[in-house]
Write a protein that binds this ligand. Sequence first.
Ligand code: PGA
Length: 252
Amino acid sequence: MRKKIVAGNWKMNKNLQEGIALATELNDILKADKPNCDVVICTPFIHLASVAGIIDQSVIGLGAENCADKASGAYTGEVSAEMVKSTGAGYVILGHSERRAYYGETAEILKEKINLALANGLKVIFCIGEVLEERESGKQNEVVEAQLAGSLFDLTAEQFANIILAYEPVWAIGTGKTATAEQAEEMHAFIRGVIAGKFGAEAAENVSILYGGSCKPSNAKEIFSKENVDGGLIGGAALKAADFKGIIDAWK
Ligand code: PGA
């Protein structure tokens, strides 16, 4: 049975003290009321080591929001997958639309990042999704399939077992405009079919596919109720413990 997951993406929010406070609050809340799903928080790099020391990772997993496409060396300002792993983190988000759009991350660059993340024992939350114009011209399936093929199709089935997918229609991210549960289900079923075609039925059945884009306590239950939706990647609503908990409780 594939895992149900609610993952938070803090993006570039919270200074270190605020991040520690949020992680502490979440840890206390979730230890007192155990979730029915895997919970992961993905934080800025500088928070990772401190947060790793605070949370009980049997209740909350920890991840980064990015890692370098190089293993080590003279790459000023970059943070490697090995460094992320050494903080105690177990996950990394790769391919987020903000990284693709603002930092020029191509399918090729993402391939390097994925390889390094997997080689260092990190699970990858790989984001895919179309922009509004692509949706309006009916190209969303084509776009998402190309994103999957461009960065994941050289993996072995064994490597692919450490990939979590996150479908995030770009027009729904931070806009307050969610995809309908039907739109999410339709795309998730399509994605599972693409994965089945490449990696086989078992891999497709086992891969968790999260929905992301303006997910909140009030809409999570409906979206998560769909057969092919295995949880969410949460931005804005992951910044308040009560909201994030409300989404986690959608699995109860
Ligand atoms: P949002 O962001 O929940 O604020 O829309 C989701 C994401 O970008 O992962």
